[in-house]
Design a protein around this ligand. Structure first.
Ligand code: BGP
Length: 491
């Protein structure tokens, strides 16, 4: 009973929030490098430059008007530029992972480190060599790298010259990037994921398109992303048939707020639109009927090429990677009090407490999601993000007693254990988010910390970047050592 012997315990990160070195070693600029810091109240922004040369800062999720483009503004602090500097700390950090007994480490490769402009003919050797060093260091300790090929960043040049994913040629550039990294790392990396939280790619910074909220433009760009993902799976298997190539979807559990059938209907639609559409395409290899009907109603005809259907069909994934932080209650009524959540929220759920950032905490929701996904898609599952963003305090004796984080993780592990032991879900790994402190994707803050390891860096980019273990470090080390049997007090 319990977790399988080869269960992948570890932790997760993403280049744009962790790596830093934003122009080091020949790296090009990515859309993520143009997003400012924000907070729970102040949105992250991007400076856009219009055709007439005027500049203005706008909410990063708002539409960039046609002809305008995101730029890096002088004198503005951009959290991705240094982040928590994995670029210069990778040896120390991987040693810390090894100390905790990590079996796996999820990181993303920065596309712009390999192809600085996205459409370059040849890759940047210095960038490739950097990840060689990272993977070698992991393998030295028996840590399996789990690689996200694209995590919320896009070469800025592709946004400027091609409107990013709106242009079909971007699929070709992505294929070139995938071919390069698959060949280069084919004996070092086995687990890959194509696009991080593919269900949240919908704005300029993730899709690279202006007027991104326009339905036709957005859907066409997403279609190209889905095709690119399928092409990556096909290519990867040609290069190394042993590769395991997965998807990555933000997978909250959605509940109807009440047993009013209208709430249920709304919940079904939200689940499809926000989550399952992406599963259906990437696991089943075809657009589901509800999406085809929706496009028909909106008079949208996808621009396709011959052979596309076969690409989607043949490029289905080997496993499911997903993030889970919270659930969301869905109501058919518009005037309800809202709650927060990972990139999207629902209405207030009176049964759940919320984090300092307003995200409902729902460990049972994790068990439900695991079961729903396994029932429906029958593929191995890997939890590649889960965790608590909270403010940590360093005590006068230098310790950080993050019992709240331990409590959050413990309660989620308890539920995932039930999903394995009692429900028979095929769960292969648990890689909690931000095993070390890094920049928040949602707010750009440093004070929203997730790590077992504290990094001395603040919201203004000030700090020594020194590392310090939190109380949760030893707790998680013990969890891994006992393969999830000893979860400490509170069980
Ligand atoms: C997911 C992302 C991560 C990560 C996490 C936590 O959406 O894949 O990149 O940051 O959420 O969210 P946040 O950083 O906003 O707290």
């Amino acid at each position: 009973m319990g977790f399988p012997k080869e269960f992948l315990w570890g932790g997760a990160t993403a280049a744009n929030q962790y790596e830093g070195g934003y122009l080091s070693g020949g790296k090009g600029l990515a859309t993520a490098d143009t997003i400012t810091a924000g907070s729970l109240k102040e949105p992250r922004r991007i400076f856009i430059e219009r055709e007439d040369g005027t500049r203005e800062a706008i909410n990063r999720f708002f539409d960039v008007p046609k002809g305008a483009r995101a730029v890096v503004e002088d004198g503005v602090y951009y959290p991705s530029h240094v982040a928590t500097d994995f670029y210069h700390h990778y040896e120390e950090d991987i040693r810390l992972m090894a100390e905790m007994g990590f079996k796996a480490f999820r990181l993303s490769i920065n596309w712009t480190r390999i192809y600085p402009g996205g459409d370059d003919e040849t890759p940047n050797e210095e960038g490739l060599a950097f990840y060689d060093k990272v993977f070698d260091e992991c393998l030295k300790y028996g840590i399996e790298p789990v690689v996200t090929i694209n995590h919320f960043d896009l070469p800025l040049h592709l946004a400027y010259e091609y409107e990013g994913w709106l242009d079909r040629r971007t699929i070709g550039f992505f294929e070139r990037y995938c071919t390069t990294i698959f060949r280069r790392y084919k004996d070092k990396v086995k687990y890959w994921m194509t696009f991080n939280e593919i269900n949240f790619l919908r704005d300029y910074s993730t899709l690279g398109i202006t007027e991104a909220s326009d339905y036709v433009r957005q859907q066409q760009a997403i279609y190209h992303v889905l095709l690119a993902s399928a092409r990556a799976v096909i290519l990867g298997h040609e290069i190394n048939p042993d590769f395991k190539i997965g998807l990555m979807i933000a997978s909250m559990m959605f509940y109807p707020e009440t047993c009013n059938p209208l709430d249920s209907l709304e919940e079904m639609q939200v689940t499809r639109e926000m989550r399952d559409f992406y599963y259906d395409v990437q696991c089943r290899g075809t657009y589901p009927s509800y999406r085809l009907k929706e496009m028909e109603r909106r008079h949208m005809v996808l621009k396709k090429e011959e052979g596309d259907d076969a690409i989607l069909k043949n490029g289905t994934v080997d496993y499911i990677g997903f993030s889970y932080y919270n659930s969301a209650a869905i109501s058919g009524k518009k005037d309800k009090e809202k709650s927060g959540g990972n990139q999207m929220g629902g209405v207030k759920n009176p049964y759940l407490e919320e984090t300092e950032w307003g995200w409902p905490v729902d460990p049972v929701g994790l068990r439900l999601v695991l079961n729903r996904l396994y029932d429906k898609y029958q593929l191995p599952l890997m939890i590649v993000e889960n965790g608590l963003g909270a403010i940590d305090r360093i005590e006068s004796d230098g310790t950080i007693n993050d019992d709240y984080r331990i409590d959050y993780l413990r309660r989620h592990i308890v539920e995932m254990k039930k999903a394995v032991e009692e429900d028979g879900v095929d769960l292969v790994g648990y890689l909690p988010w931000g095993w070390i402190d890094l920049v928040s994707a949602g707010t750009g803050e440093m004070k929203k910390r997730y790590g077992f390891v504290y990094v001395d860096m603040d919201d203004a980019g000030e700090g020594t970047l020194s590392r310090r273990k939190k109380k949760s470090f030893d707790w998680y080390r013990r969890v891994i050592e006992t393969n999830g049997e000893d979860l400490g007090e509170g069980e």
